[in-house]
Ligand binder design. Sequence first.
Ligand code: PGA
Length: 261
Amino acid sequence: MEVLIRETTAEVSLLGAGMIARLLRSQPRCVLGLATGRTPLRLYEELIRLHREEGLKLAEVTTFNLDEYVGLSADHPRSYRHYMAENLFRHVDVDPRAAHVPDGCAADLRAHCLEYERAIVDAGGIDLQLLGIGSNGHIGFNEPTGSLRSRTWIKILSEKTLRDNASHFSALEEQPRHVVTMGIGTILETRHCLVLACGAAKSHAVKAMIEGPVSAMCPASALQMHPRTTVIVDRAAAARLDHPEHYEWIERNKLDWQQFA
Ligand code: PGA
């Protein structure tokens, strides 16, 4: 794993956005895997700014989101389809037909999961997958003890994740316990994983992902088996790492062409 430590959340977001922008400029028809949650919000703001002010084009990209709540329709304010529309899609020139988010209301969810996997393959596979990490080490909505070879499927959220995300739902709203998520096996097939993590609440999960054993207890640790994963963390999320100086040494000693290649 490539581990890049930055002082602030803003720096993490800008570096991540810069990597995605670089890919979009060199490969305008690339396939992007996208994430939701609090972590990528600032990154999406920067992509929107680059689109408006610096001509960054997304017109030819295909996107696949990681996950969606079962039972929340596309126009539900807590659905991830709605999140993507509000925080990215409606502000840029992404072709809505090429912007895929799992459909949590599909009549046949199991068939839909298989179709989602097929659509990723038909698009040529995902060039870059953006990821956050849950405080319990989940990526997508792949919770601890789930198979490290799982494919897109219907999963049950852990109580920890429900608690972490409860603030997104009002007291009167029912928080879904089921989701459709890309599997760990699906994520491991992407060409480049870009994981962002900020804040002290992520520090245990970040340590387990980077320095812990590969274990289904921390699904993100499966990324140690991925051929190309970049992790960008702020100082607070990096606080429990045992070897920050090693990651900084590696970053300082990269050859020119390795700098965010
Ligand atoms: P967050 O969620 O960005 O809202 O912290 C990350 C995740 O659960 O993957």
